[in-house]
Design a protein around this ligand. Sequence first.
Ligand code: 4AD
Ligand code: MG
Length: 431
Amino acid sequence: MPIIQIKDAPDYVGQRVKIGTWLRQKRGSGKMVFLQLRDGSGFFQGVVAKADVSEEVFETAKELKQETSMYVYGVIHEDARSAFGYEMKVDHIDIIGESHDYPITPKEHGTEFLFDERHLYLRHLKPYATLKIRNTLIAATYEFFNKEGFIKLDAPLLTGSAPEGTTELFETDYFGQDAYLSQTGQLYAEAGAMAFSKVFTFGPAFRAEKSKTRRHLTEFWMIEPEMAFYDQDASMALQERYVAFLIEKVLEQNDQELDMLGRDKELLRSYTQLPFPRVSYDDAITLLQDNGFDVEWGVDFGSPEETFLANHFSKPVFIMNFPKAIKAFYMKRHPDREDVVISADLLAPEGYGEIIGGSERDTDYDYLKQRIEENGLGLEEYSWYLDLRKYGSVPHSGFGLGLERMVTFVTGEEHIREAIPFPRMTHRLRP
Ligand code: 4AD
Ligand code: MG
């Protein structure tokens, strides 16, 4: 008898098979028990009919508790009425692991409770659908950058540098030296680009964000491509192709998961139409002022401003050339203006915020040295980085895409904690 997974049920209609499963829920009458089953590959229903099975099997089915693990045996049938399309006429059950008083019952639970129980909550429909889509985005990232001729370069997570500013650092003791958990792999990606031309890093980034928002984690995953000989225009063209590719892959591979989450697929598809609009920071400020926002040139955008700007264009939108004073030290100076840098943030519509931050990188040794000092970053930590400007420096650009921001955007989740298996936020270190 074949041992299969639920996802393969369509290939076994009419055959008797064995499947390892967990019980999600159960309902029944005196004559029938309906088992809502899952196995990690999918969901379906097992039907146990008193008339067709031994008394022992029927009694076992009736007594099953939520999250009991078991092998079920029976013939697969098509079932147009069930949400998942297939069911098994169960004729035998072998219990593997019992489960008593499972805490996440079918009633409504509060969010904090569900995240206290995240190690179990992972088994439920919403996390299942969201994290499957996260996995598609990860696999599609490798596919896209392989296709584009990039190599993956792994950056260290224990570092001495703090390129994104010193206010949000996790410090640790490294055998008597001060060390930080990495905020970004970018500086290492720049070294990699000078060796391999096109590289991307993909790993966790740590930021001691004290603000509690629905867009910030203290540990998140970031994809950071870095390209030698690319100016900012070439980088933005790559960014929009990458984002469109990610959305297309999810539409192609996660139709069922998008439906489970109630995401509007036509709306998502509209975001794959390129190019994305490009607006200068200057024009964005004017647009905001004209629409009643109390903002002045020089400020960073908050969530209401970001949401307004992207919704205004009904598309992800690039905001270009931010004030130098609010951006990182490495961004390239504008050739005609002292006060702005060659950069762009990509803002997602519907309130999902900044999904990409990127820039062209300055190539001048003396200027960068001065910026590092102005920013209060210890020069000795950056001498290796400055070497990159000493030995065959070339124009180059790069960007960082926040994986969890992208997951929330694609899935339509309200809060970023849904987008990662075990979220880390100011008040949450467990499980
Ligand atoms: O804009 P950021 O800070 O850019 C960098 O770190 C650059 N070194 C990237 C580069 O040019 N290589 O972060 C990039 C992206 C943001 O656009 C956002 O999507 C995400 O990372 N991000 C966060 N996601 C979740 N929680 C946080 N606290 C985040 N901070 C940034
Ligand atoms: Mg940013």
